[in-house]
Design a protein around this ligand. Structure first.
Ligand SMILES: [Zn+2]
Length: 270
């Protein structure tokens, strides 16, 4: 359905109003019936996230392995991370797999409670550069600690390394996607709106932003609006609901009509 989206216009410098077709191929007729509002920030965040994920992997995969390797960056001097003996043992067993995740760990001979991290996923270093530019403190070490904790926990529970993008890396990329994305109150030309919706329609998860919030909201089925006759309110049902409310609800609050809560059933037909 998402490929049928047709841009109408930007609304309030926040949303892009579009028409989407919910019908399957009707005489090749163009034009959609479902009016949707696309959140311009969430949409752009999603587009950026999926591109950032693609860009996080090495283009040249190790020969014939079918493995995907995350791009990494050297940190100098290496980060000193405190670990337990159990963590150190697991990290040693799986250090090859961890290298695919952009993590190069060195195990010093003289210590069981310390590892040195010489390489980290590239996006961690980029995140740190952004933070420092904004006058904030370094973040790589704490992200790497979280990353190691996450991987050790996975190894303990599943006994292997997953093929998917680790959560810690995803979070860093999501924040990167958010920061560079179109914001509310950014004016978009029709051409820019069109390009954004086109890019969104090619995403794997077009319906949510990088943080899982919805990127679009259906407002109305236009065909339905045209056909539908004015429905009369069901007065008998409403009366019953009102009675129930007075019996079991907080009736005293209702009398002033002031502090009606959201949980209150509708007492009157609209
Ligand atoms: Zn955001």
């Amino acid at each position: 359905m998402i490929h049928s989206m047709q841009v109408l216009q930007q609304v309030d410098n926040k949303f892009i109003a579009c028409l989407m077709s919910t019908k399957t191929e009707e005489n090749g007729e163009a034009g959609g019936n479902l009016l949707v509002l696309v959140d311009q920030h969430a949409a752009h965040e999603r587009v950026r996230l999926e591109q950032l994920i693609v860009d996080s992997y090495e283009k040249q995969q190790p020969q014939g392995s079918g493995r995907k390797k995350l791009l990494s960056s050297i940190v100098s001097p290496p980060l000193e991370i405190t670990v337990t003996e159990e963590q150190s043992r697991l990290l040693q067993c799986y250090h090859k797999n961890l290298e695919d995740l952009g993590l190069e760990i060195i195990f010093p001979d003289n210590s069981d409670s310390l590892v040195l991290v010489g390489k980290v996923p590239l996006c961690f270093v980029q995140r740190e550069a952004n933070e420092l530019r904004r006058g904030r403190s370094p973040v790589t070490k704490s992200i790497v600690e979280e990353f190691i904790r996450e991987q050790v926990e996975l190894l303990q529970t599943t006994g292997g390394i997953q093929g998917t993008l680790p959560l810690t890396v995803q979070k860093v990329l999501a924040s990167q996607a958010c920061h560079g994305a179109i914001k509310f109150n950014d004016g978009l030309s029709p051409e820019e709106s069109y390009r954004l919706i086109e890019a969104l329609s090619w995403c794997q998860l077009p319906f949510q932003c990088a943080h899982g919030r919805p990127s679009m909201l259906p407002l109305a089925d236009i065909d339905h609006l045209e056909q539908e006759k004015q429905i009369k309110p069901n007065l008998a049902k409403l009366r019953k609901m009102a009675q129930a409310w007075h019996l079991f609800g907080k009736a005293e609050r209702c009398e002033t009509g002031q502090s009606q809560r959201a949980s209150m059933p509708p007492c009157e037909p609209p």
